[in-house]
Structures are given as structure tokens and as C-alpha cells.
Ligand binder design. Structure first.
Ligand code: AMP
Ligand code: MG
Length: 320
């Protein structure tokens, strides 16, 4: 065996797995590679737990059970689901309903892979069920009931950001100080890349092929959550109208939000940057940037339908 002059001082460990309908990646520095691997395994296990608890497609998930019963009677929530509902309602109020987890009342009937969308009749009858005011949420008792028989809730706009927060907590507990974790478009960075910043790229939303997408902007960042919402993640083109039908729904219309094609939000926690990326996508450039400029800890980069890039005030060069 080759004798090293110095003991190895640590190693980068990386893993990528398909969970929650997306790619989960984790890159971690640890003094002991085996412990680094164990830390990443704990992160992947947590991602699987979150998927099993909040996937609307898994009948035994807490969310699926909620959707099955809450229109009939109040349902007791776990403290974690309660936290996710609470935060979701916070962003609904902050955005005048642009963020609304009851979007799923219609959203449930979109099938992006099968290129299917609710017909005009369904749209009309289900639109009244998109309204966060129909969520009778009691934070003290931690109960939730739905005020309309057709209400459905989906946490797809907030759960991945929450998941990367959980990942970072787990890594910290494993003694990790430098890490990058992402769940699809939601990432969180812990520390730096050992003396260098992490580099986070914003993809070109109109480049063909998800894997070879160009990067329009690269940001050197540390210790931050970054969430991107794009109309290129899950979509199909309606052959009749030529319209891009994608997964971010404007709660006012029950249809895909138009005007913006990519929104990236920077902030301290993924639960907030995730919800805000979806919120700002629905709000559009003007109202979206106005909201971010009001919030002290957040910044935004948006690409509009013409390809123009817009920045929140915190990212603009100071004017004289
Ligand atoms: P993101 O991945 O953060 O871009 O969020 C998109 C996901 O959020 C969608 O796949 C839906 O699950 C969910 N979603 C779509 N529209 C809304 C909305 N208006 N409010 C809350 N969640 C939404
Ligand atoms: Mg989001």
C-alpha cells in the first residue's frame, strides 16, 4: 500500500436518485468519506419519506387521505403537514391568491405526459373550488376541512423546497459544513465549496432537451436556497391553439400562467423560495418583482415571454 505523507483530510461525496418525480442530487464534503456517504443516504431516505407522505398519487399518503376526507369532515393534521399548510396559506394571503394549493381542484385533471387538459365544462364547474378561503384551517387544533366538495390540495409548489431544508438539517446533524442539495428546481447550499463559491446556473428556458439546456446566467453563491420555476419543466403544446400548457396554474383562470417563462428566487430557506418561485411566476414581472422588493431576505431573476431578463432591486447595480 502506498504510504501517504499526510492523512487524507476529507472527501467530496455525491449521489443522485430519482425520487418525488424528480432528480435529487446531494454533494457533500466530509472528513470521513464513509460518514459523508451515510449522511447522503439519510438525506435520500428523508426524501422518500416526504414523497410517501405528501404525494397526492400515493393513496396511503397523508395528503391523499386528507383529500379523500376533508370535504366531509375536519381532518387531524400531523404537525409537519400543518406547517406546510400554514406556510402555503401565508403565501396565498401575501400574493392575493396567486399561490394557492387548491389549484389542484383543476390541476388534478391535467396530464402533461398524456397531453390532456380539463375541458371547458370541467374548467367551468371546478373553478369555484380553487380558492384558499375554502380551506377551514384551525392552527390550534391542527385540523383542516374543505368548504366545497370539489376542493383538492397539492403541495407540489412548496414540498420540494421544504425537502431541501430538511436535507440541510440532516447534513448539519451529521457534521457536514459544505454541501449542495437539489430536488429538481429547488436547491440549497450549505457553506461554500471549501474556499470557492458554489455556482448555480439559470437554464435557458427555450433550449431543446432538458439535459443539454444552455445556462443563461451563472451565480456564485453560498449558504442560500435557490428555487426556479419554469414553464419548460412539465408541459405540452396544445395542437389546436399552439398554446404551451404547463404545470403552473393561475388560480384565477384554472389555466397555465402566461407572461413569464422562468423565475428564480434566492432566500434563506427552501420552503419560502419554492413557494415564492411559483407565486412570482403567477404574478408576472411587475407584480412579482414588486412583491420580492418588499421582502427583505429575497431576490429574484425572471425571464419574460420575450426572453428579457429582469432582476429584483437587491441584484441590480447601485445607481449613482
Ligand atoms: P415549482 O416546481 O416550484 O415550479 O411549482 C410548480 C408546482 O406547484 C406544480 O407542479 C404544482 O404542483 C404546484 N402549483 C401549480 N400552480 C400553483 C399555484 N398557483 N399555487 C400553488 N401551487 C401551484
Ligand atoms: Mg416553486
Amino acid at each position: 500500500m502506498l504510504a501517504l505523507p499526510f492523512p487524507a483530510l476529507g472527501e467530496w461525496v455525491h449521489d443522485q436518485q430519482s425520487i418525488m418525480g424528480t432528480e435529487i442530487t446531494a454533494t457533500v464534503w466530509h472528513e470521513d468519506a464513509a460518514q459523508g456517504k451515510a449522511a447522503i443516504a439519510a438525506v435520500m431516505a428523508e426524501m422518500r419519506r416526504i414523497d410517501a407522505t405528501y404525494s397526492p398519487y400515493i393513496e396511503t399518503s397523508e395528503l391523499a387521505k386528507l383529500n379523500a376526507s376533508a370535504a366531509k369532515q375536519p381532518v387531524q393534521l400531523s404537525s409537519e403537514l400543518s406547517l406546510l399548510i400554514d406556510r402555503s396559506l401565508h403565501y396565498s394571503r401575501l400574493s392575493g391568491g396567486a399561490f394557492d394549493i387548491t389549484f389542484a381542484s383543476i390541476g388534478w385533471f391535467y396530464d402533461y405526459r398524456g397531453k390532456k387538459q380539463p375541458d371547458a365544462e370541467q374548467q367551468k364547474s371546478l373553478l369555484p373550488a380553487i380558492n384558499y378561503h375554502l380551506l377551514n384551517y384551525d392552527p390550534e387544533r391542527r385540523t383542516l376541512s374543505y368548504g366545497h366538495p370539489n376542493v383538492r390540495v397539492d403541495l407540489g409548489g412548496i414540498a420540494k423546497g421544504y425537502a431541501v431544508d430538511r436535507a440541510i438539517d440532516i447534513l448539519r446533524r451529521h457534521g457536514v459544513a459544505h454541501a449542495s442539495v437539489s430536488a429538481g428546481g429547488d436547491s440549497r447550499l450549505l457553506g461554500d465549496r471549501r474556499g470557492r463559491p458554489w455556482l448555480i446556473g439559470i437554464k435557458n428556458p427555450r433550449q431543446k432537451g432538458p439535459d443539454d439546456r444552455d445556462v443563461v446566467l451563472t451565480m456564485p453563491l453560498n449558504d442560500v436556497a435557490v428555487s426556479t420555476s419554469g414553464d419548460y419543466e412539465r408541459y405540452f403544446v396544445d395542437e389546436k391553439t399552439g398554446e404551451r400548457v404547463h404545470h403552473i396554474i393561475n388560480p384565477k383562470t384554472g389555466r397555465s400562467a402566461q407572461g413569464v417563462i422562468s423565475v428564480t428566487i434566492l432566500g434563506p430557506r427552501g420552503i419560502d423560495t419554492d413557494a415564492l418561485s411559483t407565486t412570482v411566476f403567477v404574478l408576472g414581472v411587475q407584480d412579482g418583482l414588486a412583491l420580492i422588493d418588499e421582502l427583505a431576505d429575497f431576490d429574484a431573476v425572471m425571464i419574460d415571454a420575450q426572453g428579457k431578463v429582469h432582476y429584483s432591486k437587491g441584484l441590480q447595480a447601485p445607481t449613482e
